[in-house]
Design a protein around this ligand. Structure first.
Ligand code: AMP
Ligand code: TRP
Length: 352
């Protein structure tokens, strides 16, 4: 079963009651910086969820990042931590930590790789996409990636996992692994997690091409608004964003077949915390030149201060390290018990 959250920011997300949101786990790869797509599609929801979960973990998944080659992983990990904190992740309410700092992830990952079946993994579409044509040259880690993701989630008994569309299949696999493990080694060792899918602001598209997702892998930074962009960079990217020659429509139907217009209106609506229809009521008939100024205004209000806070935090490396060290301590203390159960259930000899 999938839980859909109908959400509007900055109003708190219309979340299920606390009973339904027991323990939340999500992860983000510290490869490349945070952009507007990540923020609107994932991170702002993570922030709101802090008000409604019993326990919550946000993990910088550096072991996932190294399934493809990385440069400057250490710096990227620190700056992703700074980005999440700047966006509102509160390291008191959430356990914010680095995956590699808790070795239980890779330990459990290995154990689960002996439970997961080759057939299950070979159906993963993300591997096929990422490996491309030359599959022989893909790392074994890239193939096993979803098993490590299952370990991340199962280690803490997560009941709900906020994920984007692209990760739904990996979550299904996690459920299969949990069920197979419980069947083989003892019921109730792992809880079977459910995906949390957010219905609004789900997909932010490139500013240069409304048919592709805004992404860190896009070669030109002009299609993307990065959290590190200051007001000038934001204004220039929005002014150069692709549009069509018509004015803005006053009804949603008028956005049909106008991917770029739909994207800009969608970004504005998500940042303002209102629906598309409501936005169009007030901007219908406006030229894009005028609308872009309005959009720059809301980006200035919502994103620019976050970028400034991120830069400030990046300058305080000791603070960031201390936050992540505390996160690791909390994470490790919480995963230790489950690891003990797993080792015992699998029959590993305990030598004290
Ligand atoms: P990635 O940057 O692909 O590692 O994604 C990290 C998180 O941000 C995932 O939850 C994605 O679903 C989300 N995300 C990435 N790009 C976008 C986008 N263009 N629009 C909405 N969400 C996105
Ligand atoms: N695979 C996820 C992504 O690329 C990141 C991730 C790793 C994750 N472990 C996780 C997400 C556990 C949710 C839960 O976006």
């Amino acid at each position: 079963m999938m839980t859909n959250i109908s959400d509007t920011y900055p109003r708190p997300v219309d979340t299920p009651s606390d009973e339904r949101l027991g323990c939340i786990f999500s992860g983000i790869q510290p490869s490349g910086g945070l952009h507007l797509g990540n923020y609107l599609g994932a991170v702002r929801h993570w922030v709101s969820l802090q008000d409604c979960a019993r326990r919550i973990f946000y993990c910088l998944v550096d072991c996932h990042a190294i399934t493809v080659s990385q440069e400057r992983l250490r710096e990227q990990t620190l700056s992703m931590a700074a980005a999440l904190l700047a966006c509102g992740i509160d390291a008191e309410r959430s356990v914010l930590f680095v995956q590699s700092s808790n070795p239980h992830h890779t330990e459990l990952g290995w154990m689960l790789s002996c439970v997961a079946r080759m057939g299950w993994l070979s159906r993963m579409t993300q591997f096929k996409e990422k490996a491309g044509k030359d599959r022989e040259q893909a790392s074994v880690g890239l193939y096993a990636y979803p098993v490590l993701m299952a370990a991340d989630i199962l280690l803490y008994g997560a009941t709900h996992v906020p994920v984007g569309d692209d990760q739904k299949q990996h979550l299904e696999l996690t459920r299969d692994i949990a069920q197979r493990f419980n069947k083989s080694y003892g019921e109730d060792i792992f809880s079977v997690p459910e995906p949390l899918i957010f219905s609004s602001g789900a997909r932010v598209m490139s500013l240069r091409d409304g048919s592709v997702k805004m992404s860190k892998s896009e070669s030109s930074p002009m299609g993307r608004i990065d959290l590190t962009d200051g007001l000038d960079a934001i204004a220039s990217k929005i002014r150069k964003a692709k549009t069509d020659s018509a004015v803005l429509p006053s009804k949603e139907a008028g956005l049909e077949g106008r991917a770029e217009a739909k994207n800009l209106v969608g970004i504005y609506a998500a940042l303002r915390g209102v629906g598309i229809a409501e936005v169009l009521e007030s901007v219908g008939g406006m030229s894009f030149a005028k609308f872009k100024d309005v959009l720059i205004g809301v980006l200035e209000e919502v994103m620019v201060p976050k970028g400034e806070e991120m830069r400030r935090l990046c300058g305080d490396k000791n603070y960031l390290i201390e936050v992540l060290r505390k996160g690791r301590e909390r994470a490790r203390a919480l995963s230790e018990e489950r690891m003990k159960k797993v080792r015992e259930a699998m029959g590993f000899l305990e030598v004290g």
